[in-house]
Design a protein around this ligand. Structure first.
Ligand code: ZN
Length: 251
């Protein structure tokens, strides 16, 4: 398998400088290393899996790469944050697993793209806090209020590592697979050229409908206001153009 020069693993010298994992310190490009690269066969075909790590930090993030993305414009990219409950245990409270697999499927269909898998569970608050928030949700709080009752931010995710990973892979511009306009704005602020947004519409189930509605109403996610009408995963022809026009339901 041809591995582009940019995604060959680099020998990493452990840093004593304490390049921190502080939530506020911005990542520096020189701190990023690709620790390992190998082809991984999946049910969506074979992807090149690149494990990224930052000097002085034990965090490992993953890029699942399909095709030759170096120097390419308009590359389909999903920036996906870890969700153990959905992806491993098939929890029905959110649509993360479905979004993950829809994105891999779309990248496979295009034979070109990148899925970045970031280790920031529970919108960045960690697994234990996420489950504490679920306990509050079991008593009626929505996802935003539950976080606030715990003194936690609505969304603590950060995308600086995603921007550096895309730069390291040599991707020139992207079409971002997301329903979240804040993710587009944050990546652009970090210097990523986001050409377009590709919606990822997953049909809700009785357990996820309230969560998706809270994301639509309280977190500006661009989801249909009548989600029961969504019967198929998006990426249908025309979805790209609709996204460029700011639909669906940019309210
Ligand atoms: Zn989830």
């Amino acid at each position: 398998m041809h591995v582009p020069k940019r995604i060959r693993p680099q020998v990493h010298e452990p840093s004593q400088s304490g390049a921190s994992n502080s939530q506020s310190a911005p990542r520096e490009e020189g701190c990023i290393v690709i620790d390992a690269v190998a082809p991984v066969p999946t049910e969506h075909g074979t992807f090149t899996m690149c494990v990224f790590r930052w000097a002085g930090d034990d965090e490992e993030h993953v890029a699942m790469v399909r095709g030759d993305v170096e120097g390419k414009e308009g590359v389909a990219v999903r920036v996906h944050s870890e969700c153990l409950t959905s992806e491993v245990f098939h929890s029905l409270k959110c649509d993360c697993r479905e979004q993950l697999h829809a994105a891999l499927e779309e990248i496979a269909r295009r034979e070109c793209g990148v899925l970045l898998y970031l280790r920031q569970e529970g919108r960045g608050i960690g697994l234990a806090n996420k489950i504490r928030a679920y306990a509050l949700q079991a008593h009626g709080a929505d996802t935003v209020d539950a976080n606030r009752m715990l003194g936690l931010p609505d969304d603590a995710r950060r995308y600086d590592m995603a921007a550096l990973m895309l730069r390291q892979l040599g991707v020139k511009s992207i079409k971002l697979m997301t329903n979240n306009p804040q993710k587009v704005e944050e990546l652009r602020a970090l210097g990523v050229d986001v050409e377009d947004r590709l919606p990822v519409l997953i049909p809700p189930n009785p357990y996820s409908a309230g969560y998706l509605e809270a994301k639509r109403v309280r977190m500006r996610h661009q989801l249909p206001s009548r989600p029961t009408s969504v019967t198929a995963v998006a990426f249908a022809p025309g979805a790209e153009q609709d996204a460029a026009r700011g639909t669906p339901d940019a309210e």
